[in-house]
Design a protein around this ligand. Structure first.
Ligand code: THU
Length: 163
């Protein structure tokens, strides 16, 4: 029998970064700082990510582009893989992501690409915890998302690999 069901995504929006907790504001500040060091000569779109680990450490990353375009990497995965390489046993608690462009004002939150969503999902699974995601542009409102499951419903995970 044919059945239709809907999947709900919840996003909390704050008018400005000043409404976040001090710790979250610091994380977003670190994401902006990291974005300034991105290597983005092809898109001129500078993305920064800052991760808060369970042990309190902050790991940052930014997008690294390449003349062979697909060889580049997004800020989110640069940061996550760095955290995974340096602190394999620490879960990621919060992830702050921000972007600016030299061509226009990024005044809305930017959202992780599909490949980054899959990688974030893997790290939630790896450490059995939800990763809170905070998204913003250069200025403007902030989106808070409780887990990547909100952004990647019907995620492919290890359950799909086994009977
Ligand atoms: N980019 C990121 O780093 N993260 C995102 O969430 C979206 C896109 C990068 C990839 C590329 O270097 C540039 O932004 C333009 O797509």
């Amino acid at each position: 029998m044919k059945r239709e069901f809907e999947l709900k995504t919840t996003v909390v929006e704050y008018d400005s970064v000043g409404e976040l907790t001090d710790q979250q504001q610091e994380l977003m500040r670190r994401a902006h700082e990291s974005g300034d060091k991105a290597y983005a000569p092809y898109s001129n779109f500078y993305v920064g990510a800052a991760l808060l680990l369970k042990n309190g450490k902050i790991i940052t990353g930014n997008n690294q582009e390449n003349i062979a375009y697909p060889s580049g990497l997004c800020a989110e995965r640069t940061a996550i893989f760095s955290a995974g390489a340096r602190y394999p046993d620490e879960s990621i608690e919060i992830m702050a992501i921000t972007a600016r462009s030299t061509e226009f004002k990024v005044d809305k939150p930017i959202s992780p690409c599909g490949a980054c969503r899959q990688v974030i999902a893997e790290y939630e699974l790896r450490h059995s915890n939800n990763i809170k995601i905070l998204l913003m542009g250069e200025v403007g409102s902030v989106y808070e998302i409780a887990s990547i499951k909100e952004l990647l419903p019907l995620v492919f995970n290890e359950k799909g690999l086994r009977s």
